[in-house]
Design a protein around this ligand. Structure first.
Ligand code: KG4
Ligand code: ZN
Length: 347
């Protein structure tokens, strides 16, 4: 008997080299992520050229490990799915070249995947029962976007950031406070010991009737307070924790407000949150509380499927493959690839 269809996903849009294998039931057989954080930390952020070189170096090992862990060989793979964009051109190119080479050598189909759509599909890996319609909030280092998902594969862009992405704001604030890189997990952790009410930061557009976001002013506000208050010793430690917690509360307030406004406008009863920032413990807590209050189901992927991974790329590729999509060897990375038609919110 033929084994269930196997999809090998490849993700290299930013600084994680990822290969995963899933089957046609969206079950994850392996999900390998090789993080480059240690390489980029010294620079306080991602250096695109280094990211590409590192992908080239580690991808063969990551591929080998993914096959080994799934207990299969390349000959067992039926479909190759790869992130085509958005992301860093050189980094994307490494994944796309590997996928094309595998597809060509093994004579198996290739499917290019939109990274943001991949983040939405992450929810299917652990919640196969989930089906549209729902509102999706994707919050990562490169994106902050709100979608109405009327059916799988059909997205209306309701709002997006007009400047920095939420994760980018975390990373920039952490850098200016001298906390290190990447900022999200560090601020998440530090905030646990801070007073999030100490500083009242307003977030751009938070009270305006738009589902767009703006986080660059918030970063400036944190910088201003930090510059005014240079304290020593224990007071400095507590100031940093209070600043981190107050910043975090503000970001979350804005995300929660807009996401639930989108729920109200669409009338959908399910909210799916994804992307690296969705790993944030406080965001998960506040979203859940608000969902309980408003009788809206709120779903997050587990941490490993929030941050970049190839299982979500495999899941998205599988969906499009089953719908008949086949890409040729001519596909190229598309750094600015977008998802969904932008539509003005109404209601
Ligand atoms: O989805 P992702 O892995 O990569 C992109 O597609 O951008 O997201 C990475 C972003 C980074 O900005 C990182 O600081 C943020 O997600 N992040 C977090 C947390 N973990 C990762 N932000 C807030 N809280 C976290 N726990
Ligand atoms: Zn991502």
């Amino acid at each position: 008997m033929k084994h269930p269809l196997l999809v090998l996903g490849i993700e290299t849009s930013c600084d994680d080299s990822c290969v995963a294998i899933i089957n046609e039931r969206f079950e994850v057989l392996s999900n390998i992520v090789s993080s480059q954080i240690d390489v980029h930390r010294a620079f306080g952020g991602i250096v695109p050229e280094i990211a590409s070189r590192k992908h080239l170096e580690v991808l063969p090992l990551v591929l080998h490990k993914a096959l080994e862990e799934a207990g299969v060989t390349l000959k067992d793979i039926d479909v190759f799915a790869v992130t085509q964009g958005p992301g860093l051109l050189g980094a994307l190119l490494m994944g796309v070249c590997l996928a094309k080479a595998l597809s060509f050598a093994l004579k198996k189909p290739l499917v290019g995947v939109n990274h943001i759509e991949g983040h939405i599909f992450a929810i299917r890996l652990e919640h196969p029962e989930v089906s549209p319609p729902f509102v999706a909030l994707i919050v990562s280092g490169g994106h902050t976007e709100l979608f109405a998902v009327s059916e799988w594969g059909k997205y209306t862009l309701l709002g997006r950031t007009r400047d920095d992405a939420a994760g980018e704001a975390y990373d920039k604030v952490a850098r200016l406070l001298g906390l290190g890189y990447p900022g999200g997990p560090i601020i998440d952790q530090l905030s646990k010991s801070g007073n999030g009410k100490r500083f009242a930061f307003r977030v751009g557009l938070e009270d305006e009737d738009t589902l767009d976001f703006s986080f660059s002013g918030l970063k400036t506000a944190v910088a201003r307070v930090f510059a005014q208050l240079t304290l020593e010793g224990r007071e400095r430690t507590s100031l940093l924790a209070d600043l981190a917690a107050s910043f975090q509360e503000s970001v979350i307030r804005s995300l929660v407000k807009k996401a639930f406004r989108a729920v109200e406008i669409t009338g959908y009863r399910l909210l799916v949150v994804g992307g690296g920032v969705a790993a944030n413990h406080r965001l998960r807590e506040v979203m859940q509380e608000e969902g309980d209050k408003k009788n809206v189901r709120v779903l997050f992927p587990s941490h490993k499927f929030c941050t970049d991974n190839a299982a979500m790329v495999g899941a998205c590729g599988l969906f499009h493959f089953l719908r008949g999509r086949r890409d040729g060897l001519e596909i190229d990375p598309i750094p600015q690839l977008s998802l969904g038609e932008k539509q003005a919110p109404s209601g």
